[in-house]
Design a protein around this ligand. Structure first.
Ligand code: GLV
Ligand code: MG
Length: 318
């Protein structure tokens, strides 16, 4: 089975702050994105591009997936963002995060531009991925076309702040339910639509930010809800949220161990030595191909997170 690099915690860092970028290098987030969009004022964009290039080319980075968020295609900045950061540090960029994607043309335009800039700079063509942020109703409506617009697309990312604003949802606390709608979940349709498109097209589904950054318990609760649905990770806006995200989006140890046991038991029972059976018992639990598939999801996440199993399957005890 292919073990993907996990994207449990995605740390947002303003591209205009060298101090914050340098601090982020040593943090245990799975991904770091250096922002040229909303965290950078219009007058600071040009300087931030240069800062990002310089920071990416500096030493001290860990294993994190490195991403730059450019400005969206309705601004005057996108082309220059891409040309400057990819020409200057393309070999050190894993993906470009594209905000406010409304249809496939946004992704195709970025793909074409990236291809030219990669060629012009002797970079491997097609290596830099695209993360597409879904931040309004039209983007959600076109999500399947967006997901398949380029082989570079790696993730679909929910942008709750812009999304809530764009649909006139009556809330000011990003990531929390709008008052008056409890006990419903105002995000359910959006989250499930993103998740379905991601799973249909083999992409990762990423939840956006939780803005009450000092309340880590509340972050953990919000993250736990999307992790339960099957999302792969969530943005973190503060180093204090990283450990919680890594923990919430990794399987629990007991679940990971159990998943590996199911896979081993299934492999054994379906083999000639195990009797070549399609359905078998693991302790009191019946397992079959469908339960092995579910186990593979949990085991895959655990393996990607570098977890070690604490139990072993013993065919003699079967
Ligand atoms: C993130 O970009 C958001 O709008 O929530
Ligand atoms: Mg946004």
């Amino acid at each position: 089975m292919q073990v993907a690099r996990p994207r449990r915690s995605i740390l947002a860092v303003p591209g205009s702050s060298r101090k914050m970028i340098d601090k982020a290098k040593g943090l245990p987030a799975d991904e770091i994105f250096l922002d040229l969009e909303d965290a950078v004022a219009p007058i600071a964009k040009a300087q931030a591009r240069a800062e990002i290039v310089d920071a990416l080319n500096s030493d001290g980075w860990g294993e994190q997936i490195r991403v730059v968020r450019v400005n969206d295609w309705t601004t005057e900045w996108t082309h220059a963002d891409v040309i400057e950061v990819v020409s200057g540090a393309g070999a050190r960029i894993d993906a470009i995060l594209l905000p406010k994607v409304t249809d496939a043309s946004h992704v195709q335009a970025l793909d074409l531009l990236l291809t030219q800039v990669e060629r012009a700079n002797g970079l491997e063509v097609g290596r830099i991925g695209i993360e597409a942020q879904i931040e309004n109703a039209i983007g959600l409506t076109n999500i399947n076309a967006i997901a398949t617009a380029s082989p570079r697309v790696q993730t679909l990312v929910f942008g709750p702040a812009d999304f809530m604003a764009s649909i006139n949802m009556r809330t000011l606390v990003v990531g929390e339910q709008p008052e008056g709608y409890e006990p419903g979940d105002a995000y359910h349709h959006i989250l499930m639509t993103i998740l379905m498109a991601a799973r249909a097209h083999g992409l990762e589904a990423i939840d956006g930010p939780y803005l009450q950054i000092r309340d880590v318990d509340a972050f953990r609760r919000a993250a736990g809800r999307t992790a339960a649905l099957g999302f792969d990770g969530k943005w973190v806006l503060h180093p204090g949220q990283i450990d919680a995200a890594n923990e919430v989006f990794s399987p629990r140890q007991a679940d990971y161990d159990h998943a590996e046991m199911i896979l081993d038991a299934y492999e054994f029972h379906t083999s000639a030595a195990g009797g070549g059976r399609g359905a078998a018992m693991l302790g009191d639990e019946m397992i079959d191909e469908a339960s092995a598939k579910m186990a593979l999801v949990v085991a895959g996440k655990g393996r990607a997170a570098g977890m070690a199993r604490t139990t072993r399957f013993d065919p003699n005890s079967q």
